[in-house]
Design a protein around this ligand. Structure first.
Ligand SMILES: Nc1nc2c(ncn2[C@@H]2O[C@H](COP(=O)(O)OP(=O)(O)OP(=O)(O)O)[C@@H](O)[C@H]2O)c(=O)[nH]1
Ligand SMILES: [Mg+2]
Length: 364
């Protein structure tokens, strides 16, 4: 899929570290920006004991950021931290360019990549939920510009507040409508799953951090033709295929949306029905990128998300993918090395799946 990209916007990325927090590079955030269509022109970080009340970053840094934005023609600032709607608004006012947070960035990517009707509705719901508390900012801008000039204006502020309440109410209604539509679709999912349960076909879900090669593995195993791309969140809509191991040894294999650290919590709520598919699985293929130095922390994120969606106790097989590349030396858990690209290790993976699902190995 080629997303219809707008004009590339220059972005400056900002991160604040807590006291004692170790610094990490901006690689993942830059990749997220790149996927969303932003070009990173600078990164800026700061250690603080506690966030600045007004701007989150210190006032000196705000001025530094303002200068950098001007000289580098930046059209947006991306904050890696969770900053309050008021702080976001204060920053935007000071910098005179939009400021977005990590969650908004991820949701923008989801919006670009959603293809199915359900996927689009889920993303729209997540975006609306994320924007609801942030309407505060826009409302303040509305009342400010509506007022024209400083001072006084109690009545004008009142009008701004009324508008704000109206905006919020509209969004809340839209949220309820979206939830209704999604609920209807989830009913259809449940029906399908129940039918599948009746047919006693077991379900295996491919799960893992984004960009580890889940879809490539799905395609290698089933020729499902799912889009594989060196981009984050290439897959949003789950794709399922029947997989035949041997006579009477069939199961349903599903490729799912990737996880990422600091996944917007609105995502989990909005993608509930998609994630239920994983929570209902009989077996999880927990795919990791065996050549990624961040493997330990990414695996931790995947376990946390699985716990969070109620899939923490489902049996799983760790699949260290990309074994055609140089593997990292210390792998966190026992697993099986494969290359979804070359097919190396895949036969052994099938054997393990057979053992886990049917209690025996295949006799070839
Ligand atoms: N070298 C190598 N590259 C691989 C392998 N498997 C996947 N890739 C590459 O890794 C990138 C991501 O692959 P995908 O299959 O799209 O990854 P994914 O986990 O489905 O990613 P999302 O859907 O975005 O979460 C692509 O550029 C693939 O070509 C492998 O075994 N070896
Ligand atoms: Mg994928």
């Amino acid at each position: 899929m080629e997303s219809t990209k707008q004009k590339i916007v220059n972005a400056i990325l900002v991160r604040v570290y807590d006291k004692g927090e170790t610094e990490t590079d901006f690689e993942e955030l830059i990749a997220l920006c790149d996927t969303a269509g932003y070009h990173t022109v600078a990164t800026l970080s700061q250690h603080r004991d506690r966030p600045d009340h007004t701007f989150y970053i210190g006032t000196g840094k705000v001025q530094e950021l303002k200068q950098a934005a001007l000289s580098l023609d930046a059209g947006t600032v991306v904050m890696d931290n969770e900053i309050s709607p008021a702080q976001l608004n204060n920053l935007e006012k000071e910098l005179q360019i939009p400021v977005i947070d990590r969650a908004t960035l991820i949701l923008e990517i989801f919006a670009q990549h959603a293809t199915s009707n359900e996927g689009k509705l889920q993303v729209e719901l997540a975006q609306k939920k994320h924007s609801l508390p942030r309407v505060l900012g826009q409302g303040m801008i509305l009342s400010r510009t509506g007022g024209g000039g400083g001072g006084g204006g109690g009545a004008r502020r009142g009008a701004g507040e009324q508008q704000l309440e109206l905006d919020r109410r509209t969004i809340r209604e839209e949220i309820r409508e979206l939830e209704r539509k999604i609920e209807k679709l989830s009913d259809a999912h449940r029906l399908r799953r129940n039918r599948r349960n009746k047919s006693e076909m077991q379900s295996v879900c491919i799960v893992g951090y984004t960009n580890v090669g889940k879809s490539t593995l799905m395609n290698f195993l089933t020729k499902a033709n799912v889009l594989e791309e060196n981009k984050l969140f290439a897959t949003l809509d789950p794709v399922s295929r029947k997989f035949w191991l041997a006579p009477h040894k069939e199961f349903i294999l599903t490729d799912t949306v990737g996880f990422i650290s600091k996944l917007p919590h609105e995502f989990i709520e909005a993608f509930k029905s998609t994630l239920e598919e994983t929570a209902d699985a009989d077996l999880i293929l927990l795919v990791c990128d065996g050549a990624d130095e961040r493997i330990v922390e990414k695996m931790k994120v995947v376990h946390e998300v699985l716990d969070g969606i109620g899939a923490g106790s489902i049996p799983y097989i760790v699949v260290y993918n990309k074994c055609d590349l140089l593997s990292v030396s210390d792998i966190p858990e026992q697993g099986i090395s494969v290359s979804a690209k070359t097919g190396s290790g895949v036969e052994e993976l099938k054997q393990r799946i057979c053992e886990k699902l049917f209690g025996e190995r295949l006799s070839w």
